[in-house]
Write a protein that binds this ligand. Structure first.
Ligand SMILES: Nc1ncnc2c1ncn2[C@@H]1O[C@H](COP(=O)(O)OP(=O)(O)O)[C@@H](O)[C@H]1O
Ligand SMILES: [Mg+2]
Length: 256
């Protein structure tokens, strides 16, 4: 396969330039950050850009409704309705509680963890996407609360399914605060970070003096070459996320 066919672009110009090649196809990428950093916007924008490249995208929401996500996209000028009509985009809201219950039922019926498959408890059968967004793994995890073992089985199945189908996935994970700043990466959801091929972190930045802003960093991308820098971002109405690849964070600041 020619090199360029092995990669996808997010279509966010200032971000794509941080990679030597791009997002490796068929891999699972975590989009991590605390609340309000722009994870959903990053994924909606990438989803729209991917559809514009003629690829099918499934956006699985466990938080906001279909209507509110579509409205959000249209507000930014990303023609979600058109992409849905063309059969390139599907936005569906799922209930995390239903999934947790189904997994529980399948597990107690089967008494054998290998018998549960995420196919039976998650994916629509009439749509064959090249890219999937899950917004968010955190919402799914909270429905499994107190049942870490079941969540772990579920997550392992999910990654296995995505890998088998060669689907490129953007998996949103909300963290209370950046998990690796000033130390090693901590994973409060068991195997997620280990199973993921890539981790992209989005930050809220508070500068000394109180000014606020945003930033993005590629923390990990297995086997790929990328710039290891944290750069400024802005979220603007009508354009969405803008990444400034030449503006590394400087001065005194705290990432939240
Ligand atoms: N139309 C808009 N114009 C400018 N900024 C926006 C707009 N919509 C949302 N935002 C900003 O984006 C942030 C939320 O992004 P979102 O992707 O929903 O966060 P997350 O999914 O990480 O919680 C908000 O904090 C807000 O500041
Ligand atoms: Mg969100």
């Amino acid at each position: 396969m020619p090199k360029k066919d092995k990669y996808l672009k997010t279509g966010i110009a200032g971000f794509d330039i941080l990679f030597e090649h791009g997002i490796p196809k068929g891999k699972a990428i975590l989009i991590e950050g605390s609340a309000g950093t722009g994870k959903t916007i990053f994924c909606l924008q990438t989803a729209y850009n991917t559809c514009r490249m003629g690829k099918k995208v499934l956006y699985m929401s466990f938080e906001e409704s279909e209507d509110s996500l579509i409205e959000h996209m249209e507000d930014f000028g990303w023609n979600a309705i058109e992409m849905q009509k063309r059969g390139l985009l599907r936005i569906t809201r799922f209930s995390a509680i239903d999934i947790a219950r189904s997994v529980e039922a399948l597990l107690s019926e089967a008494k054998k963890e290998l018998l549960i498959t995420t196919e039976t408890v998650l994916f629509p059968h009439d749509f064959d996407p090249e890219v999937i967004v899950i917004d968010s793994l955190t919402a799914i995890a909270s429905a499994f609360s107190g049942e870490d073992y079941r969540f772990r089985i579920y997550i392992e199945q999910l990654f296995r399914y995505l890998e088998k189908k060669k689907i490129t996935s953007y998996l949103i994970k909300e963290t209370p605060a950046p998990t690796h700043i000033g130390g090693v990466y901590k994973d409060e959801h068991g195997p997620i970070a280990f199973l993921a091929d890539g981790i992209i972190c989005i930050y809220n930045v508070v500068y000394t003096g109180g000014k606020r802003g945003g930033a993005i960093e590629i923390l990990k991308m297995r086997g790929e070459s990328f710039k290891k820098i944290t750069v400024k971002i802005e979220i603007k109405s009508k354009s969405g996320l803008i990444v400034y690849p030449n503006q590394e964070l400087k001065g005194n600041y705290v990432l939240t």
